[in-house]
Design a protein around this ligand. Structure first.
Ligand SMILES: [Zn+2]
Length: 246
């Protein structure tokens, strides 16, 4: 089976925000999965794996993805998928276009995370399609390679949006629901590793047991109910603290 993971910013020392993890912890994570990382397309042929494999994905295109993540991956001969917000590139805290090209040149997979990091649930079909196509075209033009994978900002998606992403030409869609891949799929669940987790929680997300998968399901269903019933601010607050309990 394949366990897809999603990480965000990697800081030099202690984690600063909810999603950020420290470089020390990041290196420990890489040591756990070294030699067994696979790229996104592996999700379509995952049945052939007898042993556990991991897909490493990074959202948002933070500067640290070039300065810290890339060297750490190269050192271990590992690959990652980098989902970029085309509108954030070349702005403070994010990678530049030159760095994005370097990531691609060195064998990393580049995907789109939209242009403006919007909540797609709030967009109508026309607006969503525009945002999906805009970021795809900009990244393709700047990098000179095909961009066929998309990850939804904030993990906010539904069936309508998946269809629109397919219409825009994306072949693989990464979401933020938990889960593992046991059968061929083009929709990739992803398990977040973040600064709110202690190391044993990180290890249990990297190596999920069946119990862990059940807990993930409960967490995702709860999140879905909260998303639909409480204001966004309260939802974000609950999400931030719930992770410490689960
Ligand atoms: Zn994001």
């Amino acid at each position: 089976m394949i366990v897809p993971l999603v990480l965000h910013d990697i800081s030099q020392n202690k984690s600063k925000t909810f999603e950020t993890i420290s470089f020390d912890i990041f290196e420990l994570i890489l040591e756990q999965i070294k030699g067994n990382d696979v790229l996104l397309n592996a999700a379509k042929t995952c049945k052939k794996y007898d042993h556990k494999k991991w897909i490493l994905t990074f959202d948002d295109g933070y500067s640290s993805h070039f300065t810290r993540v890339l060297p750490a991956l190269m050192e271990r001969n590992m690959r990652g998928v980098f989902y970029l917000n085309s509108g954030a590139i070349d702005t403070k805290g994010y990678i530049s276009w030159d760095q994005a090209r370097e990531l691609e040149k060195l064998g990393m997979i580049i995907g789109s995370h939209g242009h403006n990091h919007l909540n797609f649930l709030k967009l109508n079909n026309h607006e969503a399609l525009q945002e999906l196509i805009l970021s795809k075209n900009i990244i393709q033009e700047k990098l000179g390679c095909a961009i066929d994978s998309f990850s939804f900002p904030f993990g906010f998606y539904n069936k309508r949006l998946i269809n629109l992403a397919n219409q825009a030409g994306y072949k693989i869609i990464s979401i933020s629901d938990h889960g593992v891949i046991r059968n061929s799929t083009s929709i990739i669940p992803r398990n977040s590793l973040n600064g709110q987790m202690n190391f044993s929680q990180i290890i249990s997300s990297i190596n999920p047991t069946l119990t862990k998968e059940i807990i993930w399901n409960i967490e995702d269903v709860t999140k879905l109910i909260l998303k639909k019933t409480v204001p966004e601010k309260i939802y974000n607050l609950v999400r931030k603290y719930a992770i410490q309990i689960l």
